[in-house]
Design a protein around this ligand. Structure first.
Ligand code: MG
Length: 247
């Protein structure tokens, strides 16, 4: 082999082919990095609401709530919690919400003698005022499955029963996606709900069939953002650490 030919072959061997160059670019890790948008920083102090949350109860007063009949929320506040006053009717937030993340802690009364089924520690968290996430003492307290704690009342049975004993604090963490309606009032998309009960998944992106009904099938009527409503079902259920993040 002559010297010029040998040199030419060496240069050719050292030059990356077009295909190799493209391949290298495709393997460039920077090609799949997204730098925008930058997530907003949210502080998450231990045992407190995230910094971007709307605090609905801070342990002191019910100023974020009102009676379902209008006026001051009539439930009892003590020891950093508030408790249903049986017969006083439910309470609702003054603020209206659509899509939310909700954290709420609740405790069933220890007085269980003579109370069973739906009459033991019954309350409820109604998203947008009309869709009930059941609160019930479901610790060794049989009732219909779609009416026990963490059910979407009369619609969806929880995946498991994660209930703690009466008198123990329990938590719900809820992701609520509000139903969508067309301008004409037709249902575009049903509500969806995900619930963790004491950290355990119990409702996994469950489709809500409509307004909670005690009797008969649920259905939808168009509405906008609405308060969170807590039920007075004649049980002295307590609540604390209530906060919402609007999504
Ligand atoms: Mg209830």
């Amino acid at each position: 082999m002559t010297k010029p030919i040998l040199m030419a072959l060496c240069v050719l061997a050292a030059t990356p082919t077009f295909a190799q160059t493209q391949g290298d670019k495709q393997r460039d890790p920077a090609k799949t990095e997204a730098w925008r948008p930058v997530p907003v920083a949210v502080a998450t102090p231990k045992d407190a609401a995230p910094s971007d949350a709307v605090v609905l109860f801070d342990g002191k007063d019910l100023s974020a709530w009102e009676s379902e009949q209008g006026g001051k929320a009539p439930w009892a506040v003590a020891d950093g919690a508030f408790t249903v006053v049986p017969g006083s009717k439910g309470i609702r937030t003054k603020k209206r919400f659509c899509d939310i993340q909700l954290h709420i802690e609740w405790r069933s009364p220890t007085e269980t003698q003579g109370f069973a089924g739906q009459n033991r520690g019954n309350s409820g968290i109604f998203l947008q005022e009309i869709y009930e996430l059941q609160v019930l003492d479901s610790y060794d307290n049989p009732t219909y499955s779609n009416g026990q704690a963490a059910s979407i009342y009369k619609q969806a049975i929880p995946l498991v029963n994660a209930s703690r004993a009466p008198g123990e604090w329990q938590a719900y963490d809820v992701i609520w996606k509000a139903p969508r309606f067309s301008d004409g009032g037709g249902l575009v998309a049903p509500a969806r709900i995900t619930v963790l009960h004491n950290g355990v998944l119990v409702q996994n992106d469950t489709i809500v069939s409509g307004k909670t009904e005690y009797i008969g099938a649920p259905s939808y009527s168009p509405h906008g953002c609405a308060p969170i409503y807590l039920q007075d079902h004649d049980s002295k259920v307590s609540f604390r650490n209530v906060w919402v993040r609007e999504l």
